[in-house]
Write a protein that binds this ligand. Structure first.
Ligand code: GCU
Length: 592
């Protein structure tokens, strides 16, 4: 009996869905008080702050008082912003930093207040007026804690401990090819909401329909069933919904809509109101489906002319976070002739997602289940599930997002397949309107010039994605001319990475590594090859811009940068930029 019970318990672990997200949807559409700016910060390499009680923000009350820390006397760090690029001595720092923000606040009547973080890397603990509000794990997902009962009318202090220490059981784990920029890397704000408010909602076209809107609205704080008005004035939609006892209302209705697309990124003003709460969101309506090995956008085949990019700030480097960063980076993506962008390898900031919605850029969004992680650890799975849930919770109303990606270059192992299969199940339960993919790099070399994509993960995905570095990590660029590729599935294939390093301004023969000519030559041969790949539905070559990476230390060439960018981190375009731009123009002119 016991054994059977254990099996049932384990099975239960394998199929429990993650707890619902507590994220407040559409914070840009909310009443907020920004807490961005200069925060006092204590660098705490031995994590002394917990035992010393930094979160109490103590100050000596008499000349005999022994308080061995002082936020008032500590230097500042700007929020948002990673600490690595704000102070030379913090460039390589891995450890906790304690931040403090003092602020005055006067709470309006019948209002609840939440402290909202766009993101902080990696482990965060939040204290308000000496009381712990909560903890968050994950470097790239938004989170919020209710502060209503802890806020004082007048002077308050918010203290946040952030640690970017890597852990073998974390997501990502100990090794990844980007800088582990630590800190409060995105906006912080107080969000004011009525006592009963619209916490989350999904307003999208039903899968496969171009005129049926289906979704749900979730209230927070409702003690009894409530009425909700859902309006899309420009589409003549005025729906009245009724919530159940849990504050949730589902709906579906028909509407005549101009569909969102890269050529016509049409956004509608969607208004949700219930009781004292009214919020506006700008939502596009489109369908995304797979038919055999073709991806259909609004029922028509689309080829994804893309590029991969990190959330690396242009020019200044460091973690990008601002609207200006997003404008620059996505402007470059558009200059390349792209209709698609892969936000590697973690959820990017909301400014990028909202801008992609407005610009008509289709988006691949992914969680940092990267290379090898602790596949058999339930806590690791829980962290990945929470990051997936919160990525979807923030962006599931953004028409631009068409693909949720579960992982990048993970080893072919049974426990990894179980782990990722569970994530795929979660993603489909959380959002039935989008496609699921993962970047794989396991191929069988069935013959000298034949490679077959055979990763069993392919069975689980809607869209296959392949990272292959022919001409850089294996073979010569010219070998691409004869390479044949096969796939075990009749599913759309995205080549999610190929590329090679080049130092901007370094010139030489096409066979001289690190020259722009080497990278240009590699792209020319690669592009000729990928065009011959079966079921090719898109590509996102690696990578838009050079970015900081701890394992790229070749002095005078890399200097801790991955140089596979088509653009240098100073915004200088390399020869291969124009190779890809020309290739995409040829496709676009041919209506692809
Ligand atoms: C890997 C990985 C990227 C990495 C790139 C490289 O496949 O997906 O994160 O930066 O290839 O090696 O440059």
């Amino acid at each position: 009996m016991k054994r059977c019970l254990l099996v049932l318990l384990l099975a239960g672990w394998a199929y429990a869905t993650p707890a619902p997200s507590t994220l407040i949807a559409n914070v840009p559409g909310r009443t907020t008080v920004s807490l961005n700016g200069a925060w006092r910060a204590i660098v705490d390499p031995f994590d002394n702050g917990k035992s010393a009680g930094f979160f109490r923000n103590e100050k000596p009350r008499s000349k005999g008082d022994r308080v061995e820390y002082s936020f008032d006397a500590s230097p500042v760090l700007n929020v948002p912003g990673d600490w690595n690029t704000q102070r030379e001595q913090l460039m390589f720092y891995e450890g906790p930093v304690w931040y403090r923000r003092e602020f005055s606040f006067h709470k309006p009547a019948n209002t609840r207040v939440f402290v909202y973080f766009g993101g902080a890397n990696y482990q965060t603990s939040v204290y308000l007026n000496g009381e712990k509000l909560g903890e968050h794990e994950g470097g790239f997902t938004a989170f919020n804690f209710e502060a209503t009962s802890v806020l004082r009318d007048g002077e308050n202090f918010l203290i946040v401990e952030v640690s970017n220490v890597r852990r073998a059981d974390a997501v990502p784990a100990l090794k990844f090819d980007w800088w582990g920029y630590g800190g409060i890397t995105r906006d912080v704000m107080l969000v004011e909401v009525p006592t009963v408010f619209v916490q989350d909602y999904s307003v999208q076209l039903a899968r496969g329909s171009q005129n049926e809107i289906a979704g749900w609205v979730q209230l927070n704080g409702a003690q009894s069933p409530q009425k909700i008005a859902l309006e899309i004035p420009e589409a003549g939609v005025h729906e009245t919904l009724a919530t159940d006892g849990t504050g949730r209302a589902s709906f579906h209705f028909t509407a005549k809509l101009e569909l969102w697309s890269p050529a016509h990124p049409k956004l509608y003003d969607v208004i949700l109101s219930s009781g004292a709460d009214t919020i506006h969101d700008q939502i596009g309506f489109r369908t995304i489906e797979v038919q055999g090995a073709t991806i259909l956008l609004n029922g028509k085949p689309i080829f994804l002319r893309g590029i991969s990019m990190h959330e690396e700030a242009p020019f200044r480097e460091g973690r990008a976070f601002s609207r200006e960063d997003a404008q620059t980076l996505l402007g470059w993506v558009k200059d390349l002739g792209c209709n698609f962008v892969r936000f590697a390898h973690y959820p990017h900031n909301e400014n990028e997602l909202r801008l992609a919605d407005r610009m008509g850029l289709l988006v691949w969004s992914e969680i940092p289940v990267y290379w090898d992680i602790d596949w058999s650890n339930p806590a690791t799975l829980a962290s990945a599930e929470a990051q997936l849930r919160d990525m979807i919770a923030r962006d599931h109303n953004r028409a631009a997002v068409i693909l949720w990606s579960l992982s990048n270059e993970t080893p072919v192992r049974p426990d990894r397949l179980t782990f990722l299969t569970k994530l795929a199940q979660d993603a489909r339960e959380l959002d039935s309107t989008r496609l699921i993919t993962s970047a794989m790099n396991h191929v069988d070399d069935t013959a000298p010039a034949v490679r077959t994509l055979s990763d069993p993960l392919g069975e689980v995905l809607d869209v296959l994605s392949l990272n292959e570095y022919l001409g850089w990590y294996w073979g010569r660029p010219e070998d691409a001319d004869k390479m044949q590729w096969k796939s075990m599935w009749n599913k759309p294939l995205i080549v999610s990475e190929f590329g090679g390093g080049a130092q901007y301004g370094r010139h030489g023969d096409a066979d001289e590594i690190w020259t722009e000519e080497y990278q240009e030559n590699l792209f020319q041969h690669q592009l000729g090859m990928v065009e011959r790949m079966p079921n090719l539905a898109g590509l996102t070559p690696w990578v838009l811009m050079d970015f900081r990476a701890p394992a790229r230390m070749l002095p005078g060439v890399q200097d801790y940068h991955n140089r596979k960018g088509l653009i240098s981190n100073r915004g200088q375009r390399k020869l291969a930029f124009y190779t890809l731009q020309k290739f995409y123009k040829k496709l676009a002119d041919a209506g692809k």
